[in-house]
Design a binder for this molecule. Structure first.
Ligand SMILES: [Zn+2]
Length: 89
C-alpha cells in the first residue's frame, strides 16, 4: 500500500504505468504539483490526469483516450511493478 486509481476507467497504477517512461512522468508530475503541509504531502493540485501519463500518441485507439484524474488509494495494495509511496515526493 498505497496505490492510485483513475476515477474514469478505474485502472490502478499497475495497469496505467506500463513502461518506465510512464512511471518517470508520473513521479515528475507528482513532484511538480505536490502541496505540502508541515513537510508532509497533503494534496496534488491540479490532479494528475491519465492522459498526462500516457500521452495521446501512445493510445492504440484515439477514441479511448482517458482524461480521468488519478486518486490516491491509501488502502489498496501497492503496484507490483513500480514502487509508489508519498515518501518519494
Ligand atoms: Zn483512465
Amino acid at each position: 500500500m498505497p496505490n492510485a486509481k483513475c476515477e474514469k476507467c478505474n485502472l490502478l497504477l499497475d495497469d496505467i504505468l506500463v513502461k518506465d517512461k510512464h512511471y518517470n512522468r508520473f513521479i515528475k508530475l507528482m513532484k511538480e504539483r505536490v502541496v505540502k503541509f508541515a513537510g508532509f504531502p497533503c494534496n496534488i493540485t491540479p490532479g494528475i490526469r491519465h492522459n498526462e501519463i500516457v500521452l495521446d500518441n501512445s493510445w492504440i485507439c484515439l477514441n479511448n483516450i482517458c482524461d480521468g484524474v488519478l486518486y490516491y488509494q491509501p488502502f489498496t495494495p501497492s503496484p507490483k511493478k513500480y514502487k509508489f509511496s508519498l515518501d518519494m515526493i
